[in-house]
Design a protein around this ligand. Structure first.
Ligand code: SAM
Length: 284
């Protein structure tokens, strides 16, 4: 009789994935962590009953949350990742030779350790890159206290429940703004609007007092169930999210990075929001 992982993110609606083999399952200091084999998506990591990443579709999420802001910025040398314990975000950011340092602030050391051991394809050596500065701390506390400054900040967090909740507060966004260099860009994991629309509205409302330009962009990541996933976008220059495809393409070609999802056209198109998401962009 197969055992199934049944996601608990939404009441009355959910996905389930058959557990072909449990690779790790334990309560860490902060969260319930499971890593298991699934015949459809490969290795899967979940925290507190919610799918975080899978070998099968992680490339969509990690490519879109790194290459879009880094290429839009055009001169990003220092990147800050809040969360990202599986290492996929660091892997993609470090593919840019122009990036001199990636600081990664992850709450849960066990997530990093177990992903290195049981999900190594995600980080793919990123944790050994000398440009990576890996710190274990609460991301909200870190941005409040650090003297560091970054060109791009990527919030690769869990959902706004449990330890991730503080990474969706206005105080956190305000502190992120303080940590950005002039022309800096903040991007965030911001849920699936069809079933988490309130989180888009909340982020829009909480980002808007601190950034001149707040928007969202999207991509469909199959195991973030419910349709398009939204990525929060905040900067002080609206033109950064409106670059023409030829400019994006020239910058992308110069990186010599081969992607499985990202293209300059997908980058530009991702900012074109469907009406039901645009309607969520209302201040309080
Ligand atoms: N792709 C996933 C998603 O869209 O939900 C996120 C993946 S990543 C594994 C999420 C990471 O955020 C986890 O490693 C978790 O430990 C970390 N995290 C949660 N709350 C945090 C906090 N307050 N500070 C830093 N990291 C945090």
């Amino acid at each position: 009789m197969s055992e199934w992982f049944c996601e608990t993110l939404h009441s009355g609606y959910g996905q389930r994935l058959v557990i072909d083999k449990v690779l790790f399952r334990e309560r860490t200091e902060h969260q319930d962590l499971i890593i298991f084999e699934n015949r459809a998506f490969g290795r899967v990591m979940a925290l507190d009953g919610i799918v975080q990443t899978t070998e099968g579709d992680e490339f969509v999420y990690h490519e879109m949350l790194t290459h879009v802001p880094i290429l839009a910025h055009g001169r990003a040398r220092r990147v800050l990742i809040i969360g990202g314990g599986d290492g996929g975000m660091a892997r993609e950011a470090l593919r840019h030779k122009s990036v001199e340092q990636v600081t990664m602030v992850e709450l849960d050391r066990s997530v990093v350790d177990m992903c290195i051991e049981h999900l190594p394809s995600l980080s793919n050596g990123a944790f050994d890159d000398p440009r990576l500065d890996l710190q274990f701390a609460d991301g909200a506390k870190f941005v409040e206290e650090t003297d560091g400054r970054w060109d791009v900040i990527i919030v690769d967090s869990t959902d706004p429940i449990g330890p991730g909740e503080v990474l969706f507060r206005e105080s956190f966004y305000k502190a992120c703004k303080r940590c950005l260099t002039d022309g800096g860009i903040l991007v965030t994991q911001n849920g699936v609007p069809f079933v988490q629309g309130g989180e888009v509205t909340n982020s829009f409302h909480r980002l808007s007092p601190h950034f001149a330009d707040v928007w969202f962009y999207t991509a469909a990541v199959p195991t973030y169930q419910g349709g398009l996933m939204a990525f929060g976008w905040a900067s002080d220059d609206a033109s950064l999210r409106q670059l023409p495809v030829p400019v994006i393409a020239e910058r992308f070609e110069a990186t010599e990075i081969a992607c499985r999802y990202y293209t300059p056209e997908a980058h530009a198109g991702a900012f074109g929001l469907p009406q039901f998401i645009r309607k969520l962009l209302v201040s309080a």
